[in-house]
Design a protein around this ligand. Structure first.
Ligand code: AQP
Length: 328
């Protein structure tokens, strides 16, 4: 069985890009793979977080996973900070990671632009902690959106480097990137991906946006010049909107183009907003139900952390021995 792991930072309310990029692929793989899914709360604090909000977002992410269909009997679901082996291995990997390779990470460049020296060391170093998250569990496949490919490649490089230096220890992981919807772009710009920490809420469709908000955001979404509802290399805005439509409706882009032949952007956007709302309404209901029982969510995470800790500690014992710090 392939071992699969992913995590989504509780740095805000999740959006549909996060959902289709990383949550839904995990749901699909359940049953046929050995599943680990975690909440990378120590990644979230690489940018300032309000403690009460972070706590809320951790519980929210847990509710989203469960509402989406993650079954704790089939998936080890846990909070990163509850398994201290993640940060321990992160430190060890820090000692073999190079400043140069971290400096090349596109996400760091994007997130640090304009901040000069006033950016946390954690933000720079976060891909190393992510490598530890992955390598700790002998993960073979990591379902992620396209933006995280570079970070999974770093995990591969660090695994190979460690194995060469200290002997075979880590499985070299592969990113698992879906064909369509691996990089949903912001509604407000075809240059920037949809991102939960985007400056404007018009950039993303949050999983909890109500029908009116979805309609407003989609109505305001950028379009391409021309009037045809068609995807294509020179039509990034319509390609993005049609991809979203396809993901929430299960229809192909070709079908949707055909259904909207001769229709104007306005009518297309109304249909798209309806489709998004029809898809998100039952999900939102489940999320709310789950959030109403906080103790149950905490219990799921605790039980998951106990299972994760056993796997993680076994790997750490091997790592400590390999690097020479284990004295017995
Ligand atoms: N626009 C996107 N389209 C498809 N997949 C996406 N993902 C993120 N944005 C898109 C995928 O969602 C997962 C969550 O990753 P994360 O929370 O660890 O961080 P991220 O990639 O940095 O996501 P965001 O939404 O942009 O969050 P912030 O703003 O907090 O940095 C990953 O698998 C990611 O690829």
């Amino acid at each position: 069985m392939t071992r699969v792991l992913t995590g989504l930072q509780p740095s805000g309310l999740l959006h549909i890009g996060n959902y289709f990029g990383a949550v839904e692929p995990m749901v699909r793989l359940q049953g046929e793979s050995e599943m680990f899914m975690f909440i990378p709360d120590y990644h979230a604090i690489t940018v300032p977080q309000k403690p009460a909000e972070l706590r809320r977002n951790i519980l929210f992410a847990t509710a989203v996973y469960l509402a989406a269909g993650i079954d704790p009997k089939k998936t080890v679901l846990f909070q990163q900070s509850a398994v201290s082996q993640h940060t321990e291995l992160g430190w060890i990997l820090n000692c073999i990671a190079k400043m140069g390779e971290l400096g090349r990470m596109t996400q760091f460049k994007d997130k640090s632009t304009g901040k000069g020296e006033n950016v946390s060391v954690g933000l720079f170093d976060y891909p190393v902690l992510m490598a530890a998250d992955i390598l700790l569990y002998d993960t073979q496949a990591v379902p992620v959106g396209a933006d995280q490919k570079q970070h999974v490649e770093l995990a591969r490089d660090l695994a190979i480097r460690f194995n060469k230096t200290f002997g075979d220890t880590f499985v070299v992981p592969e990113p698992l990137i879906r064909k369509e919807g691996a990089r949903l772009m912001g509604l407000d710009s075809t240059e920037k991906k949809m991102s939960k920490s985007a400056a404007s809420p018009k950039n993303y469709i949050s999983l909890m946006d109500d029908a009116a908000a979805v309609e407003k955001k989609i109505k305001a979404a950028v379009t391409d010049s021309g009037t045809e509802v068609k995807a294509g290399p020179n039509r990034p805005a319509l390609t993005n909107l049609l991809t979203i439509f396809s993901l929430v409706s299960g229809k192909t882009v070709a079908e949707l183009e055909k259904n909207h032949e001769g229709k104007e952007y306005g009518a297309f956007k109304t249909d798209l907003a309806e489709a998004v709302n029809a898809w998100s309404a039952p999900l939102q209901m489940k999320i709310r139900e789950l959030l109403a029982d906080e103790a149950a969510l905490v219990a799921v995470l605790k039980a998951g952390a106990e299972k994760a800790r056993v796997v993680a500690e076994k790997k750490m014992q091997a790592v400590r021995t390999k690097i020479g710090v284990a004295l017995t």
